[in-house]
Ligand binder design. Structure first.
Ligand code: FE
Ligand code: FE
Length: 195
């Protein structure tokens, strides 16, 4: 188990994360963490940062929506109309604040990766893309197209990122769900910059 000997080795913090999340969400977090470290090794990103961002990316997800909104006020997360209209995305910017305030993470690269892991944004770093993709392909994920995405993830991270964005955009559009403008910014940026 990679997670025992690496970052967030502080037992108290691991227990806190575990007690905050459901069993399933905690396992998902460990899966994302493991996948993120593997992708970081493959692409030469910082494995410690990938580890920390991976394990903590959903650290705000254990709170219900009302609690999340209250915590946003506490930590100064600005909720615009679009974000309020797609509440499942709130846990990402809130998670970055909680990772800093409650888990002692001060690394901006890690906090940025947590912040954009759900809807993405334009001009993402390699670490941002790794966390975004790891979140979609960890072993418990099961959706139409996940195998194609898993394969792409270990061939070309930018192509995998484009495919992941496409799957997300199509999925939301087919369900008549709002597509966050940052997701479209990420998509357009990748296409316009030849990736
Ligand atoms: Fe998430
Ligand atoms: Fe997640």
């Amino acid at each position: 188990d990679r997670s025992v000997s690496r970052g967030l080795g502080d037992v108290y913090k691991r227990q806190k994360l575990k007690s905050t999340l459901s069993e399933k969400r905690y396992k998902h977090s460990l899966g994302v963490c493991d996948e993120a470290v593997k992708l970081a090794e493959k692409y030469g990103a910082d494995t410690e940062k990938a580890y920390t961002a991976g394990i903590l990316h959903d650290c705000a997800k254990g709170y219900d929506t009302d609690e999340q909104i209250k915590l946003c006020q506490k930590y100064g997360v600005v909720l615009d109309d679009i974000t309020l209209a797609c509440k499942p995305v709130i846990h990402a910017p809130l998670g970055a604040k909680i990772a800093k305030a409650e888990y002692g993470v001060n690394d901006k690269d890690v906090l940025d990766a947590i912040m954009c892991h759900t809807v993405a944004k334009e001009n993402m770093s390699l670490l941002d893309k790794i966390i975004y993709i790891a979140d979609m392909i960890e072993p418990m994920r099961d959706f139409v197209g996940v195998e194609e995405l898993r394969k792409a993830a270990y061939e070309n991270i930018d192509m995998a990122f484009i495919l992941g964005l496409k799957q997300s955009i199509v999925f939301n559009a087919q369900k008549n769900k709002i597509i966050h403008p940052n997701t479209l910014s990420a998509w357009n940026y990748m296409l316009m910059n030849g990736k």
